[in-house]
Design a protein around this ligand. Structure first.
Ligand code: NAD
Length: 476
């Protein structure tokens, strides 16, 4: 963020990595091999728009190829630069290892403000960027598989998939070259909501262990917890929606690019989202106090703070004033290394980005597998599962009749029990399982090792151990 004494995003990631490896016993050569970013490709290309050629700059960075394909989103923002893309690629390596998605780490970015272009122009730009990357195998089903990130979504992924398919007309696995596609273009149910859903599952797992709740100085369950969310985009919106609708949490603050909304009684997430879609921001939303200084709202009293917009928003300048006892990093890198230190000393518990927002890559993994297997999840089993459940229900009803027991299965039970799982349910189940197991692997290290003070270090330890094992297995 360019603040005095504040390390850059990539330096922040490296500092956090170094903190963790200091507690490990890795050969120095291997440590260095894991830390460094393997390659960053910069492309500058021209697109004829509005009667003249405009030049764009894009990046695709590959941090680690210990597993292939490598994976990571493509971001559209004016702030995109090499340092940021490399930091995000490194986080992808650690994230995939932590949640056992069999990928190396990568990330891409295009320096552009997508709001300045119409849909047709964005398509031309995206296709040209995809062409430049695909030409160099930086988009490829078995080598490099992008996904959405800030400023991109299903639409852009569909253009990328189509561009790759046009360039590789005989590749039967072409659809697996990118994830986050719309359902009708080879996507998977539940991918759009996945990262926010993952944040919800992460918090549920956190609240399952009284020791963790106590470490954050909280009590009880998610029910009634006051939450402030920064960024009501894909990740923030879904996290806020699910936590308020399904877990009884109260969204008291929403911070957007044009300021913050606050309402101690709780904000209606759907209504705020609708307002943003219509008006381009939160300004003017009724039923809440609006303040222009959005960042100040990060410092308001709440139980859980969810930064879900961008990196570097909690820094050495404001960390001391953050009151939330629990922060879950839905965005990548929202807390700088300097702020992390201050918060750790204060006793703030941070659920780190590499775990907290891993729901996206987890469901991307499922989508990639679906594309490679060319069949929707559940297609073979669903009706067979229903038929077997029907057998049990019929038998129970027969038995109760024969024994003249006045017992009938309730229609609600029958409806729930008889239904075979569809793709969305299977995806959510796989995601929930991943989020629970990965959290437990961090939690065990956090509680068992006296030299590990925080979840972030525990996450790095768990993931670096896996990356190191895979390099060792390759003979490195
Ligand atoms: P998005 O573009 O859908 O949403 C970002 C939101 O943040 C937008 O609503 C934007 O208006 C808002 N915003 C921009 N500047 C802001 C500011 N200064 N203050 C407050 N809000 C601001 O992006 P996203 O996909 O939701 O990504 C958000 C974060 O989550 C990023 O750090 C991204 O890397 C991370 N992430 C995303 C995914 C995913 O699947 N999309 C997966 C993992 C991590």
């Amino acid at each position: 963020m360019g603040r005095v004494n504040e390390p850059s995003f990539r330096e922040s990631v490296d500092l956090m990595f170094n903190r963790a490896v200091a507690l490990m016993d890795l050969p120095p050569g291997l440590e260095e091999k894991i830390r460094v970013c393997n390659s960053t490709y910069t492309v500058r290309f021209g697109v004829r728009l509005r009667g003249q050629i405009q030049t764009f700059t894009g990046y695709r960075s590959v941090h680690s190829e210990h597993m292939e394909p490598v994976k990571g989103g493509i971001r559209y923002a004016l702030s995109v630069n090499q340092d940021e893309v490399e930091a995000l690629a490194a986080l992808m390596t650690y994230k995939c290892a932590l949640v056992e998605a069999p990928f190396g780490g990568s990330k891409g970015g295009l320096r552009i403000d997508p709001r300045q272009y119409d849909e047709h122009e964005l398509e031309l730009i995206t296709r040209r960027f995809a062409y430049e990357l695909a030409k160099r195998d930086l988009i490829h089903p078995s080598q490099n598989v992008p996904a959405p990130d800030m400023g991109t979504g299903e639409r852009e992924m569909a253009w990328i998939a189509d561009q790759y398919a046009r360039m590789n007309t005989t590749d039967i696995n072409a659809k697996a070259c990118v994830t986050g596609k719309p359902l009708n273009a080879g996507g998977i149910s539940g991918r759009v909501e996945a990262t926010g859903r993952g944040v919800q599952y992460a918090l549920r797992e956190f609240f399952r262990d009284p020791r963790d709740i106590e470490k954050a100085g909280l009590t009880g369950t998610l029910d009634g917890k006051r939450i402030i969310v920064q960024g009501l985009g894909n990740v923030g919106y879904h996290a806020a929606k699910f936590l308020s609708e399904e877990d009884g949490a109260r969204i008291v603050g929403i911070i957007e690019h044009d300021g913050a909304l606050y309402n101690a009684d709780g904000l209606d997430v759907e209504a705020v989202r609708g307002w943003i879609v219509k008006h381009g921001g939160v300004t003017g939303f009724p039923d809440a106090t609006h303040s222009i200084d959005g960042a100040a709202c990060l410092e308001e009293k709440c139980d859980i703070l969810i930064p879900a917009a961008m990196e570097g928003v909690i820094h050495m300048g404001n960390a001391k004033r953050i009151k939330a006892p629990l922060i879950i990093e839905a965005a990548n890198g929202p807390v700088t290394a300097g702020a992390d230190e201050i918060l750790r000393k204060k006793g703030t518990v941070i659920i780190p980005d590499m775990y907290a927002n891993a729901g996206g890559v987890t469901v991307s993994y499922f989508e990639w597998v679906k594309n490679l297997s060319h069949i929707r999840f559940g297609r073979m089993q669903r009706r067979q599962e229903e038929a077997r459940h029907q057998l049990v229900v019929d038998e129970l009803e027969k038995l109760s009749k024969a024994a003249a027991i006045p017992y009938t299965l309730s229609p609600e039970f029958k409806q729930k029990y008889l239904r075979g799982a569809d793709e969305l349910e299977l995806v959510r189940s796989g995601l929930d399982d991943t989020m629970r197991i990965s959290y437990q692997s961090m939690r065990d290290i956090w509680h068992d090792r006296a030299d590990v003070e925080d979840l972030r270090t525990a996450a790095y330890l768990a993931s670096i151990t896996k990356v190191a094992a895979s390099y060792r297995a390759k003979g490195l």
